[in-house]
Ligand binder design. Structure first.
Ligand code: PMP
Length: 419
């Protein structure tokens, strides 16, 4: 029997060989030249981390779960209702009655560009207050669309008096004045009172960045005469990055909808966004772009959390936790970068980079040993500070204690030079 089978196999050999070659050739004739990447054949792994840098902050399960709801069409009536809820939440968070209130599909930078691209036309004068990176970035965005940009500059950690602002407004006669309420690169909370009124006196729109401050420090858009206000989703709101609330006053809309030229960006053109968000009073909405529906769910949930706690309670909690944090840091012998107490941002604390240490070694050590993110400086504060963000659900005394323990440990174990 054995001899028979061998003989039969030998007989079949040419056919087997042909079959093998045919399979090889078919493989080689595949239309794709880039093979499927091996990395994507492994499961996704994301670590749990304490997100105590200047953002993003941790997203609590309730908000993550909201984002895990089924995707439905971006033009379905249920989504329009969710967008309408978001609009109400933003109006509350911003303390505004502005009808032109929505969330841009993108991060804080998208909202920044939305604000500048819609309000400024080429050749117009723009003034930005630079006391950190955000005023620099706003100036660059305005420059890119051909505006004539002037700046007032304060050293990192500093801020401007209303008299300095008025002087610059009267000198440069800008159509827009940009100011960061929470300068996350330097840890400054800029006073806002009276600036809106000054801007209006000089026929200028007051544009405020509240990405790092909203929900963590008092701000009243209407009362403070702010014409354009924007924020991000990933800081105090504890939603994933990717949506950016923004609101425009009636004065801002007057300027925007009487432009001579079209805004440079189709995607960020407010007339399109206003229609998608049901802010233009038209009976029907027209497709502009595919709204990030699952990001809308998370944003709605994060606003619901803020509504549940209440704005004033949230401001108060951030302030109390920050004061506790700042006192403990000083007790440890560390110095706060912002000298004036009332100008310290409660959401992002800047600590003078400890003398004799390499700041990068400290942040790396803390990440490795404590699974906790804090960061170094940004833009003009690089090398000068460590930045700790305790925002939204992360703003608690327990988390302060965790950061302090990590810092103490790092100062004990990181290399310290003798000088
Ligand atoms: N402005 C401020 C004050 C910020 O802190 C940030 C984010 N660090 C931004 C604008 C830009 O936001 P995003 O990174 O979401 O684009």
């Amino acid at each position: 029997i054995g001899a028979c089978s061998v003989e039969a196999l030998l007989h079949l050999l040419p056919q087997l060989l042909w079959f093998y070659c045919a399979c090889r050739t078919a493989g080689n004739m595949s239309s794709v030249s880039v093979p499927p990447p091996k990395c994507l054949q492994k499961p996704l792994v994301v670590p749990h981390r304490h997100m105590f840098g200047p953002g993003p902050s941790n997203v609590p399960p309730r908000i993550l779960e909201a984002g895990a709801n089924p995707v439905i069409g971006h033009m379905h009536p249920e989504i329009f209702e969710i967008m309408s809820d978001i609009k109400s939440g933003i109006q509350y968070m911003f303390q505004t009655q502005n009808n032109m209130t929505l969330a841009v599909s993108g991060t804080g930078h998208t909202a920044m560009e939305c604000a500048i691209f819609n309000t400024v036309e080429p050749g117009e004068s723009v003034l930005t207050a630079v006391n950190g990176i955000w005023g620099e970035r706003a100036a660059e965005m305005a420059e890119r669309i051909g505006a004539r940009v002037n700046t007032i500059v304060a050293p990192p950690g500093g801020f401007f008096t209303n008299a300095e602002i008025e002087q610059a407004l009267s000198k440069h006669r800008p159509v827009v004045f940009f100011l960061a309420h929470g300068e996350s690169s330097t840890g400054v909370l800029h006073p806002l009172d009276g600036i809106g009124q000054l801007c209006h006196k000089y026929n200028c729109l007051f544009l405020v960045d509240s990405v790092a401050s909203i929900g963590g420090a008092p701000l009243y858009m209407d009362q403070q005469g702010i014409d354009i206000l924007y924020t991000g989703s990933q800081k105090v709101l504890n939603a994933p990055p990717g949506t950016a609330p923004i609101s425009f006053s009636e004065r801002a809309c007057q300027k925007i909808f009487n432009r001579r030229t079209k805004p440079v960006s189709f995607f960020l053109d407010l007339s399109w966004l206003a229609n998608y968000w049901g802010c233009d009073g038209k009976p029907s909405r027209v497709y502009h772009h595919t709204g990030p529906v699952t990001a809308f769910y998370s944003l709605r949930e994060s606003l619901a959390v803020l509504v549940e706690e209440g704005l004033e309670k949230s401001w108060e909690r951030h302030q109390k936790v920050a004061e506790y944090f700042h006192a403990c840091l000083e007790n440890m012998g560390l110095k706060l970068f912002v000298k004036e107490k009332k100008a310290r941002l409660s959401t992002v604390t800047t600590i003078v980079a400890p003398h004799g240490y390499d700041w990068k070694e400290i942040t790396t050590y803390i990440m490795k040993t404590h699974n906790l993110e804090i960061s170094g400086g940004l833009g003009p504060s690089v090398g000068l500070v460590l930045r700790v963000g305790l925002m939204g659900c992360n703003s608690s005394k327990a988390n302060v204690d965790m950061v302090l323990a990590a810092l103490k440990d790092a100062l004990k174990h990181c290399h310290k030079s003798k000088v």
